[in-house]
Every structure is written in C-alpha cells, then in structure tokens.
Ligand binder design. Structure first.
Ligand code: 6CS
Ligand code: FE
Length: 309
C-alpha cells in the first residue's frame, strides 16, 4: 500500500520516482487545463470539464475521409516496410520481429509532419497547456494482428520526467486511431482520475533502459496495489473507436493495453505536445540521455501558434 504523501518532495523534484524503496503516492502539483478564458477555447466547457475530471477526452469528426485515407496509406506502408523495420527509430515486437512502434514519425514522413502541426490539433494542445507547444515525441504504434504485445499500466509522465527530464505535468498525447480500435484488438485502457496522483515507482532506471522498455516496460511501472486503488476509485475506460477518433490524454493519466490476438491490427498515430515553458532538462532519475527520436532535446521546434500570436 503506497504511503500517501501530499507535501512536495523537494524544491527541485516535485515528482520523485525510482528513488524510494517503497511506492509513494504524491498529489498532482500542476493544473490539468492551464487556460481559463472560454474566449479562445477550441473545446466546449463540457469537454474541458470532462478532460479535467477524467484526464482524457475523445474527439471525433476532426479529419475528413480523404485525410484519413492518406494517413492510413502512410501508416500501412510504414508498419509493413522492411526498410523502416531496420531503422533505429523502429521498435519490433518480442518474438515475431513485427514492427511494434516507429518513433519520430513526424520527422520521417511528410504527411505525418503536416498533421502534427495541424491547427485543429495545435489549438487544442495550446489551450489545454496554456502555452505554445512543440512535439516532444511522435510515434506510430502498429500493434499488428496476432503479434501486437501488451503495454503494461504506466504514466507517460513518469518516464518523461525520470528519463527525459520533463519538469512538470504540462504535456498531453493525441492518439489518432487509424484502424478500428474495438474491444478485442488491444484498445487503450485508461483509469479516469488517475492523472491527479503521481505514483512513485520502485527500482532504479537501468542503463539504456529504452532498448528494453519500449518492447516491454519493467521499470517505471506503478505497483499493483496503487493501480488497484486507482481502479477502485475511478474504474477502467476502454478507448474503443472508429478510424479518425482522437484519444486526447494528459501526460500523467495511467493507461495500458492488452495484447492483440485477433487478425486485425490496432494501429494508432501518437503526437505528444509539450509546453514550450516545460522543455526537458536533465533526467530526474536516469544516468543516460535517451536518443533524440524518443524525446526532442536539441531539435525542439516551436509549432506556429494558433491561439498565442
Ligand atoms: O517511454 C516512452 O516515452 C514511451 N513509453 C510508453 C509505454 N508510452 C509512452 C511512450 O511512448
Ligand atoms: Fe504510454
């Protein structure tokens, strides 16, 4: 049972993890939605309230059919391309060698680069984060049929904080569904309300952890008792949806997904928007710096602002 700690851990690190011998539960010290004036809001009050409350929100009917066809074409060629399979940005599945994830797709593919900077997405990210934004990470998770393995419960922020040096909870992910995400093919599972707690994980970060964590994460994952408590409180919501649905979720919302044993791939395109004022610095609990294709550090490029001129 994690000790509940509400005081801040230290002035440098509000979210210490991978340092204590036992799990500790901290309260979130950062806002969820940073903007408050409804004036430039690209979402309704009800949508913003739901995101604030649950830590995630589904957005539908953003892209037209032609746009989706072009994204699907690019995804299929990437997930199946032998040359892509050999690139450093590509993580393959344990056992089968199928493509599990391709990172930095906004830099590898012009179509994905355009979507990353699409004003319809950027406006939402800027409003919620209350700042201009840049892409901290992008990836295509292919989750191929039969071979797509699970992603165990985790907070993305816990990793981005400890391994990339992201100071505060001022980032969010947009996952664009490019194949149907149904109850059977390993959809994203999210724990409503979990974004308001920070679960400190036990176990020091191994050297070059990303070489194993992106295939199967074993460090920086919350203890079972803390996960069970958060599920007791908030339940589990399954992010099923048709092609084109955007799953918008806070950097600290606990999520995971089961393996895919159906013939049907569950392929989603992810963009992680970070506030310009929240640029990564030195990792808070790791001795190695992750490669640029996993977390932007030297190639931070502010996206042309939509609501902050
Ligand atoms: O380590 C990371 O940055 C990645 N790991 C997971 C399981 N989700 C977020 C991100 O793609
Ligand atoms: Fe994740």
């Amino acid at each position: 049972m994690a000790v509940v700690q509400t005081s801040t851990a230290s002035d440098r690190d509000l979210y210490p993890s991978r340092t204590y011998p036992e799990p500790v539960k901290f309260s979130r010290q950062d806002p969820v939605v940073y903007s408050d004036s409804q004036k430039a809001a690209p979402l309704t009050k009800a949508q913003l309230a739901e995101y604030e409350e649950k830590g995630f929100l589904f957005l539908d009917d953003i892209f037209g059919p032609e746009e989706l066809s072009s994204l699907i074409r690019e995804m299929k060629s990437m997930c199946l391309d032998e040359a892509i399979k050999r690139r450093p940005e590509t993580i393959t599945e344990k056992g089968s060698g199928e493509v599990r994830s391709v990172f930095s797709v906004h830099q590898l593919n012009k179509v994905f680069a355009k979507v990353a900077e699409d004003p319809r997405l950027v406006a939402v990210a800027e409003y919620i984060l209350g700042d201009s934004v840049y892409i901290h990470q992008s990836r295509l998770n292919c989750k191929p049929g039969f071979e797509g393995k699970e992603f165990y419960w985790h907070s993305d922020f816990e990793t981005w904080h400890t391994e990339d040096g992201m100071p505060r909870m001022r980032a969010l992910s947009m996952s664009i569904t490019l194949t149907p995400n149904d109850h059977n093919n390993g959809p994203l599972l999210l724990i409503p309300g979990s974004h308001r707690s920070f679960i400190s994980c036990v176990g020091e970060t191994p050297k070059d952890h990303y070489l194993s964590s992106l295939k199967q994460q074993e460090f920086g994952i919350p203890d079972q008792s803390s996960v069970a408590d958060l599920i007791e409180q908030g339940g589990i919501e399954t992010a099923v949806g048709d092609i084109g649905r955007i799953i918008l979720f806070d950097c600290n919302t606990l999520h995971g997904s089961n393996g895919n044993i159906t013939p049907y791939p569950r392929s989603n395109l992810f963009f992680v928007y970070n506030a310009l004022s929240n640029k990564v610095s030195q990792p808070f609990a790791s001795n190695s710096i992750r490669p640029e294709f996993i977390g932007a550090r030297h190639s931070i490029k502010p996206i042309k602002s939509v609501i902050f001129n």
